[in-house]
Design a protein around this ligand. Structure first.
Ligand code: LFR
Length: 490
């Protein structure tokens, strides 16, 4: 059977996954896995984009060494970040990391000129301080020489695809996350661009996920000793790909894409751009086949990842399973955090920030590692319930349970606690959601699946789903009441 190759880049690691279809089932093999370490230079935090491109070529070489020439490849990554291309076709600088501080305060500043209602009416996108619109606004205000000489704007997968093919396109699912794309006009929002003083010509043709987007260019073919492999625009925002891979049977379903971020919501066929959606700060990100992801970003396992990094820095090394075990042994419902408090956004000494939050809110301050991890995981489970209920309210649907996809499902305690918190089953799987969604869209483009529902059926039949039934729901209900009161959520 012909093979295809998915490159899935997350905020901390990337992977190349080979996929093939056997008797209607999906078979995957991880060919290559690599770290994605951001690089701080001076005050700026960057992505190491050329290293990522190098790793993509390594993935292609590993396929070749197995005697495989994929029929097509696709790349997905995190959203909002971009590179600028100059008049000679070269990249004008290393893309900034969305956690870089240069766009701090820019969202508020732009809102002094344009109301949030105006921006939301045009884009349907949630207000996150690192959205591309605020990054570009910061670049404009700081008279960035890069921006001054830029001819093309490409998001991370657009850019890597350009390195491979020599062709420049903007892919739709990622373009939507810029908060500069108008889903009603189905194009970049010219008024917003004009307001920001950004030339329309910077922003290219927007391709729908599942469109052919070129072939490996001759220089790359020659360098790698490969033929003209097709490069597709998949659902290039990793969350869009993860949602493609949700193995739902019911057309009305809720999902939680669980990794560095937790993205919780539902799939809708029209963006929900009501006043309530704006007030609750929900987003409508573009998906496959004209769908939208009505969801909210939740800070997610980032808080735990940063705790682990801090403990490692001071010479206390814990694996994730060790941390989860310690959490399981710590006393329940001692103290909670609001995971989306801005204090938890930037990299740094997260254990201290968790403690500070608890102290400031007059709760017992967790001192032991297990207590800190328990506080984070319980708080996440409660935040999931909160956002799930808002999703039901906004979409007018009642969900029977919650699909969890992404690497976070390896944290079985979090899956169980999420089921307990929401009082409904959690269906966990697949873990490699984004990579599988990436493959699925390539197969649709290649004519192997008729549509997304046929792909979802194949995913359901090919990957195990673990069911977590809720237990101790009364205790978790009481805990939820306390969590809401403490975090001032309603
Ligand atoms: C998840 C994700 C989220 C996006 C965040 C930043 O990996 O893509 O959807 O809000 O990263 O780009």
């Amino acid at each position: 059977m012909p093979n295809i190759l998915a490159f899935d880049l997350g905020a901390s690691s990337g992977r190349a996954i080979l996929g093939s279809l056997k008797d209607g089932k999906i078979v995957t093999e991880e060919l290559h896995r690599f770290p994605n370490d951001p690089v701080q230079t001076g005050d700026r935090l960057h992505w190491d984009i050329l290293r990522l491109y190098h790793e993509i070529k390594q993935g292609l070489l590993k396929a070749k060494h197995q005697g495989v020439q994929p029929v097509s490849i696709g790349i997905d990554s995190w959203a909002v970040d971009y590179g600028l291309i100059g008049s000679d076709g070269s990249l004008l600088g290393n893309p900034l990391h969305y956690r870089d501080r240069s766009s701090n305060g820019m969202m508020e500043k732009l809102q002094e000129e344009l109301t949030s209602a105006e921006i939301f009416k045009r884009t349907g996108i949630q207000f996150l301080p690192f959205n591309t619109i605020y990054q570009l606004y910061a670049a404009k205000i700081n008279q960035s020489p890069q921006l001054d000489s830029a001819k093309h704007f490409l998001m991370i997968p657009d850019l890597l695809r350009y390195f491979l093919t020599g062709e420049m396109y903007n892919e739709f699912s990622n373009a939507s996350t810029t908060q500069l794309y108008n889903p009603l006009g189905q194009n970049w929002d010219e008024d917003l661009l004009q307001h920001l003083g950004l030339p329309k010509a910077l922003f290219g043709q927007v391709l729908q996920p599942g469109s052919p987007a070129g072939f490996l260019q001759p220089s790359v073919q020659e360098e790698l000793g490969l033929g003209p492999i097709a490069v597709h625009a998949v659902a290039e925002h990793d969350t869009a790909s993860a949602v493609v891979a949700v193995p739902a049977t019911d057309r009305s379903f809720a999902y939680l894409s669980c990794g560095t971020w937790s993205l919780l919501g539902t799939e809708v066929s029209e963006p929900v751009m009501t006043e309530e959606a704006l007030r609750l700060n929900f987003t409508n990100e573009g998906g496959f086949g004209g769908t939208y992801r009505l969801l909210k970003n939740i800070m997610g396992l980032w808080i735990l990842q940063e705790c682990r990094r801090e403990w490692e820095r001071v010479g206390r090394n814990y694996s994730f399973p060790e941390l989860v075990k310690l959490a399981g042994e710590a006393p329940a419902f001692q103290s909670f955090i609001e995971p989306d408090d801005p204090a938890f956004m930037a990299p740094g000494d997260m254990p201290s920030r968790v403690k500070e939050y608890c102290g400031k809110t007059n709760q017992p301050v967790p001192e032991e590692v297990g207590a800190i991890v328990r506080c984070i995981l319980e708080s996440l489970a409660f935040k999931y319930r909160y956002v799930l209920e808002l999703t039901e309210r906004l979409s007018g649907q009642q969900f029977k349970g919650l699909h969890m996809v992404g690497g976070g499902i390896h944290n079985t305690l979090l899956c169980q606690w999420t089921a307990n918190a929401i009082g409904k089953p959690v269906w966990a799987g697949p873990a490699e959601g984004s990579a599988i969604g990436n493959l699925a869209v390539q197969w649709i483009a290649n004519g192997e699946f008729a549509d997304i529902w046929e792909a979802r059926q194949a995913i359901r039949e090919s990957f195990p789903v673990t069911v977590y039934d809720p237990n101790q729901t009364n205790v978790w209900n009481d805990g939820y009441g306390r969590y809401l009161a403490l975090t001032n959520l309603r």
